[in-house]
Design a protein around this ligand. Sequence first.
Ligand code: ATP
Ligand code: MG
Length: 420
Amino acid sequence: MSTFQAPKGTYDLIPPDSARFLAVREAIAAPLKRSGYGYIETPGFENVELFARGVGESTDIVTKEMYAFETKGGDRLALRPEGTASVLRAALEANLHKAGNLPVKLWYSGSYYRYERPQKGRYRHFSQVGAEAIGAEDPALDAELIVLANDAYRSLGLRNFRILLNSLGDKECRPVYRAALQDFLRGLDLDEDTLRRAEINPLRVLDDKREAVQKQLAGAPLLRDYLCDACKAYHEEVRDLLTAQGVAFEDDGRLVRGLDYYTRTTFEFVHDGLGSQSAVGGGGRYDGLSEMIGGPALPSVGWALGVDRTVLALEAEGVTLELPSTTSVFAVPLGEEARRVLFTKVMELRRAGIAADFAFGGKGLKGAMKNANRSGARFTLVAGERDLAEGVVQLKDMESGEQGPVALDAIVDAVRERLA
Ligand code: ATP
Ligand code: MG
């Protein structure tokens, strides 16, 4: 071990586990790529004000969890705690919404940073894959995103997850509900902090994780009883579309996102094998966010799925991903001449699209074969002086144990044939 360790709340992704992580990222992205979502990458940090506005001044993310700092040049920046605000900022900055092709559909994948109390499934550095559909108000778009996340999880083999669904109303009906909820909260026996929150952001009180608070909330008014006709119809349509796609969901009248620009559809993917960090992903509509950060009205919807927690969910379900061995052929040279010849053959194999590796470091046969085994390669190529004199190498099938000479100039074809 060196003098240094990974910072608190972080961990390193190292082989072979990192391959699983990568496969999860790819599996989440795959349905998006075939659904018209284009890849977007934004900086790892932004003007702190973007998050203050875009995530919300009163959220835990902004008040407690953000890595904010001042640069030597005096800029106030923050490491990104989430993706939506940055993606919308970038889309607006590039005028993607003016290209006449709404909705603008984007997906992203990357690292996010929150100063949290580290525990299993909760880290200070974590990964998300996310999707945003900007500039259209259409229940089919909300349904599409939920279906795509559902497909991604299913394609990974996950089964024990649930989709929680709710509607948060819009600027017509939410204020009426908000007032009713506030009335209700004022009558409860709550601590000072919570009462203050009830004044600023009453919906977030519904999200309070403490049991004593949840008990008191049992009789709280629910948004579904306050939805205006337009919101009701919209929500019904989302539900019908999901049902028609065979996607099961649970109506959860308590599922909230506390901020005013979150509207209508809101959802969360939860996994029951993860203890208290049960949310593997979440999202919803954010019709008011664009205006909040200085853009035009652009009704939008999106989600972000946590890669770390998805990996934990796979573990909890005992799902092992079928990851093809990264190396197909491992070359073991015996002697100087063989080293040069096989090195060239390895390069040829690689250029032909066959994953190949080589026994580096001038080991003897025994050590080199150990490396070959560890690489998971299906085939080894072994060559010594006598083989080369005959213009062949020994091709060994590590599965069947079969072994035989192959002419030097026929190796690529021979391997390709046997791999097919
Ligand atoms: P939680 O309620 O668990 O704090 P959240 O509501 O803060 O989650 P979102 O902001 O909706 O989470 O982020 C979407 C997903 O990103 C989460 O469902 C989760 O999988 C993942 N995520 C969020 N914060 C963390 C974290 N600190 N460590 C690991 N994954 C995280
Ligand atoms: Mg959180």
